[in-house]
Design a protein around this ligand. Sequence first.
Ligand SMILES: Nc1ncnc2c1ncn2[C@@H]1O[C@@H]2COP(=O)(O)O[C@H]2[C@H]1O
Length: 317
Amino acid sequence: MIDNTTWTQQVPTRTFIRHYSVSAESFIPGQRSSHTLLTRDYPMTAAQRRRLLRVLEQAFLFSSLDQGQYLQVADAFIQNVIANVGTEVIKQGDDGEYFHIVEKGSLDFYVKHEPSSRDDHSKGKKEGSASAGDYFGELALLYNAPRAATVVSAEPECVLWALDGESFRRIVAESSFARRRLHESFLESVPLLSTLTASQWLRVAEALETRTYAAGETIIRQGDPGTSFFLLVSGEAHAYQAGFPGSVMHHRGSFFGERAFRKNTPRAASIITVTDVIVVTLERQAFSGLLGPGEEIMRRTAYVGITNDEEEPGILR
Ligand SMILES: Nc1ncnc2c1ncn2[C@@H]1O[C@@H]2COP(=O)(O)O[C@H]2[C@H]1O
């Protein structure tokens, strides 16, 4: 059965907020903090708590926590059962309120790339899905950006655990481990970097910087000097090259800026955002200092997108 209501329509957010109280203890491993987690003043059965702890222990993001910290983090989560197929748990463009972990069932991600009118209710293109143990909803909370995708239940009786944005930010912002793990999980999905070793992952993840752009902004201008390389985390940007018709679309997981980054030449194309965009960037200095020459790493990769610039002038990726 298709149900077009949203999760927040079904369960008013305010109900949850009223049930939160502030916990007095720091939860960050090995660190005292003046910040505190919001804990739920909300009944959870022993069975629900056991299930949540099992999910948290498997969720890589929280894997540095000890048993006491798991219990504390668990108290901040709310269980949310999505009864029907087709329920919108997150809507693209909305503000971020909760981070979600899936205990059971599956949900699909839809992304609408072109800016649309108010009357356009389509969800866009399906770009992936989440099932037990996966998480979603981290981008808007981490980067204070609008929701980058619409997330819809694909099975009946999906069981989710939701953590309010403030508690999530406290866990992730204060834990370099959690932040690094988030970056790594994104990097693992990028074909360009698929040949890196585990220790190289870690070092790249630590060197990345995040930038956000509004729709219509220029990320790279053709002819400018450039020392940074970009990986697109969410949104869409188009590449244009003077003298060549058309444009090439960049979306989540694609990269650009590698030519000037590799060859120390001016930027060969302009990259302009179509929607709000989040990118992570790596500076040439950091990349070669970490991994040896960046050029070698990029050439070593059998990624189809790597073109030889000398052989194919004017080819945009
Ligand atoms: N292709 C995608 N682009 C953007 N977000 C995605 C994509 N696939 C999955 N997601 C997830 O969908 C979530 C929607 O809310 P957020 O933007 O907070 O965080 C997003 C990611 O966790």
